[in-house]
Design a binder for this molecule. Structure first.
Ligand code: BTN
Length: 257
């Protein structure tokens, strides 16, 4: 059972997670928070569910997470300063916040895999799915959905990247409350960076990314693009170089192999 008091004592934010909803079961925390605009209003609202019946992963995949063992939660973003031209940067904010939290709390070395997977020893410990709604051409509401494998010890099925959990890596069970508060504390700081100094945040992300400089294959709408992963640009797009030609790719529509 998730202990809300224990979580609250460690939460050190002004906004993120100050409105906190705990649910036993929802279809998907992303769907619940994004679609119920009359119920969930304030920026920084966090919805945590012990179980998702239709947990969503990237590229129309499912996200499976054992009940009561892990963290599956979403954060509502409605402040316009975060929803403008550089909205893509929120992917990096989320994965970096998770990576920093795992490193700070457990001294485990993490790596980031583009676009936003968090890995330990090459295995996936967390995934992020950002979804949004728009009014005309402007994003008006966005949810940052985060799934962290915390105390799950066994994973069944086939995965594009082999999963792991913090428990598997450490060899013992850990407190979910502590991880959630640490992630939200880190997120709040990084959110401010996105507006004031995005490059500091991006550089931290680049330092942990295992793919920059590698030859990669990107699959977009059935089309395959090959090249060298040159960098992430200031707007959060991937810069792919093939020969002397470079192009920027929007990862919202892409998968990578
Ligand atoms: C991925 O790596 O494919 C992204 C996984 C994102 C999973 C989280 S769990 C909380 C939130 N609600 C969802 O339905 N998905 C995200």
């Amino acid at each position: 059972m998730f202990d809300i008091e224990k979580f609250d004592i460690k939460l050190d934010t002004d906004i993120i997670g100050r409105h906190f909803i705990y649910a036993e079961e929802v279809s998907s925390t992303n769907v619940e928070l994004l679609n119920n605009r009359d119920v969930y209003i304030s920026h920084g609202t966090v919805l945590l569910a012990e179980n998702q019946t239709k947990g969503k992963g990237r590229i129309a995949k499912k996200w499976y997470s054992a009940r009561n063992m892990n963290l599956t939660f979403s954060i509502l973003v409605t402040e316009s300063k975060f929803l403008g031209r550089k909205v893509n940067l929120l992917n990096y904010v989320a994965s970096l916040a998770v990576a920093l939290s795992i490193e700070n709390l457990y001294q485990l070395h993490t790596e980031l895999k583009w676009p936003n997977d968090v890995l330990i020893r090459g295995k996936k410990v967390a995934g992020i799915l950002i979804e949004s709604t728009s009014q005309g051409s402007n994003i008006d509401r966005l949810v940052m959905g985060i799934g962290i494998n915390v105390n799950q010890a066994l994973f069944q099925g086939s995965f594009m990247v082999e999963p792991t959990s913090i428990k598997i890596e450490l060899g013992h069970t850990v407190e979910r409350e502590k991880i959630l508060s640490e992630v939200l504390n880190n997120l709040e700081g990084l959110f401010e960076n996105v507006v004031s100094s995005p490059n500091i945040m991006l550089n931290e992300w680049r330092e942990r990314c295992r793919m920059i400089g590698d030859r990669i294959t990107v699959v977009n709408d059935g089309k395959t693009k090959k090249g060298v992963f040159e960098d992430i640009d200031d707007n959060g797009f991937l810069v792919l170089r093939s020969g002397d030609k470079t192009e920027t790719l929007h990862f919202g529509e892409l998968s990578i192999r």
